[in-house]
Design a binder for this molecule. Structure first.
Ligand code: HEC
Length: 280
């Protein structure tokens, strides 16, 4: 009966190539995931660089000085860089709205003219057809920017344009991200990451590393995922869970990286001299 020998170094070369490309993509994909975390979270607390405060701003909420909150991205800024980007087809319009939001989005700035455009006009022309309270669109009732198609009401939009909500004098509360957004992120991550984590853990078990070592390292990534995902939600009520998120991320990264490298090594290592080669 033709069988695939489970010693990785005895896999047929085509499968070794498949496996190596798989590992390389997972490794690179993981690095891109880190880059993405950095790009999307590092400014969350209004200060550059990725710190524990950024995680707090995203997952549990954090209170910061008003001055630093100014540069934290508002919901509207994130939306026009993401899902709503398609509705601002004119790039000059986009810049006017973008810069107003990035500069702290005060009410007077709504009228500031640049290239014959004001942020108010950009919102009126590009957004009100869906975001006016009377637009007839569902989003117009959930996130109205004005009462009708011609009026932008600063009081209505300020909850989307101002990062965080003002608390006591001088401070602002940022985050946590909305529950619907976290639901989206959670399901996307929870249904995808465990699958390749499982495959890699199995492959790691097939390496010739000492059994005791494999027994410790093999379960780490999958177990840390459980702590990581549950802490995303737990942090909303128990801010200490932020530290679990950070620790789980670090543990996942190092154990997963170690597993990838071990599998690659085990696949391409020279066969030990005392074993007779088998054909497959
Ligand atoms: C074609 C209709 C449409 C247009 C035009 C449109 N939006 Fe939206 N917008 C939506 C829908 C639908 C949602 C909710 C779904 C989602 O979050 O993707 C939404 C969500 C948002 C939210 C998040 C609201 C919340 O409660 O969190 C913001 C902020 C936003 N849009 C800003 C804008 C801005 C700024 C413009 C103009 C540049 C714009 N939108 C143009 C349909 C539209």
């Amino acid at each position: 009966m033709p069988m695939i020998d489970l010693a990785l170094h005895r896999l047929p070369t085509p499968l070794k190539l498949v496996l190596t490309a798989f590992l390389a993509m997972l490794g690179a994909g993981y690095l891109f995931a880190i880059a993405n975390i950095y790009a999307s979270h590092s400014g969350a607390d209004g200060k550059p660089g990725l710190t524990i405060d950024d995680l707090k701003a995203v997952y549990s909420g954090v209170t910061v000085e008003k001055s630093s909150a100014k540069s934290a991205p508002s919901i509207m800024l994130k939306m026009i860089e993401g899902a709503m980007r398609q509705y601002v087809s004119d790039s000059a319009d986009f810049l006017v709205l973008h810069d107003w939001l990035a500069d702290g989005n005060g009410e007077p700035g709504l009228e500031k003219e640049r290239d014959g455009r004001t942020p108010r006009r950009v919102i009126t022309l590009n957004c009100l057809r869906c975001h006016a309270a009377d637009s007839g669109e569902l989003i117009g009732t959930k996130a109205p920017f004005g009462p009708d198609q011609l009026t932008v009401d600063y009081k209505m939009i300020s909850q989307f344009t101002t990062p965080g909500t003002a608390t006591e004098a001088g401070t602002v509360r940022i985050g946590p991200q909305s529950a619907p957004h976290l639901i989206l992120i959670t399901h996307a991550h929870m249904l995808a990451i465990p699958i390749f984590t499982l495959i890699v853990a199995f492959l790691f078990w097939l390496t010739p590393l000492p059994r005791g070592f494999r027994a410790i390292v093999a379960p780490i990534p999958m177990l840390t995922l459980v702590f990581d995902f549950s802490s995303w939600w737990l942090a909303r009520v128990a801010p200490g869970a932020i530290y679990v998120i950070a620790a789980a991320g670090a543990a996942y990264g190092s154990a997963f990286g170690l597993q990838l490298l071990s599998i690659a090594y085990a696949t391409w290592r020279r066969p030990p001299a005392n074993q007779s080669p088998t054909t497959t």
